[in-house]
Design a protein around this ligand. Sequence first.
Ligand SMILES: Nc1nc2c(ncn2[C@@H]2O[C@H](COP(=O)(O)OP(=O)(O)OP(=O)(O)O)[C@@H](O)[C@H]2O)c(=O)[nH]1
Ligand SMILES: [Mg+2]
Length: 294
Amino acid sequence: MLNKLFNALQKTRNSLKSAFNTVTGQSVSAEAFDTLEEQLLASDLGLDMTDDILELAETVKKNDFLEKVRQHIIQIVENVPIMQSFHKPTVLMIVGVNGTGKTTTAAKCANYFSQDGKKVLLVAADTYRAAAVEQLRIWANRIKSRLIFNEKTGEPSAVLFDGLSAAQKDLSDIIVVDTAGRLHTYDNLMTELQKMIRVVETRFPEFELKTLLTIDATLGQNSLTQAREFAKIINIDGVILTKMDGTAKGGIVLPLAQELRIPVWFVGTGEDVSDFVRFDPEEYVTGLLGNDHE
Ligand SMILES: Nc1nc2c(ncn2[C@@H]2O[C@H](COP(=O)(O)OP(=O)(O)OP(=O)(O)O)[C@@H](O)[C@H]2O)c(=O)[nH]1
Ligand SMILES: [Mg+2]
């Protein structure tokens, strides 16, 4: 488990390492601080964290610097509550911008919880994209999960209703709902999302609802804007960071925690259904800064 996150953070780790090397050498010039600032921003650590680290670099002796940075980052990440275990049947509604990885993530979530011994049901509530149901059906077959879909309707709330009715009957523990991609500016699609949320809350109060936003880690600051805007319209319980493999922008967790106070629940580390790890603050910091054995 540790290896997947650690490997996915390799590029970010390398770029941070070279950034920190600029200020831990013998003589530290003003240019070195500028370079450090640029590199921290490029890793998407966010403005607040970048300022904090620059301040540490100026005030702390070089031997203590990395340890102080580590402690500071752990403190920020640990301040945000992580995913709790569920005590009653729970609906995980996967929402987000087009192409950020919702359908793949829905399958990954279903697989994760079913391997955890939960009874899982998938609901294909993206009624917009023609191939969306088929894509989820392939995943559902592969992970042997029950899937509720209705290709005859253009009403996501109707599919959701069917899905939750089925979940009630077969006593599912976790219901994972795939939804259509949308930008926060698509008013009608955002209204529709609010309607889906109401369906769960008013018609199926026995289910807990958790709304999870998929964020494409490769998009860096743009993703942060997306999260901020979504959070203004609907309640976001957690983020799933997708495509963490292959990006040097793995610092994105920090502004999410520090500025938006939205916890990261899971991290996607590849295209396979098993490329999915539960977010753990300490593992994350080790992935970001390396460990002593490196
Ligand atoms: N490398 C990598 N690729 C990923 C990851 N998650 C998703 N992808 C890829 O990203 C692409 C888009 O994924 P989808 O799951 O279809 O995204 P979506 O948000 O459902 O897209 P729309 O339904 O069109 O909005 C696919 O090619 C996935 O294989 C990940 O963690 N790592
Ligand atoms: Mg999709």
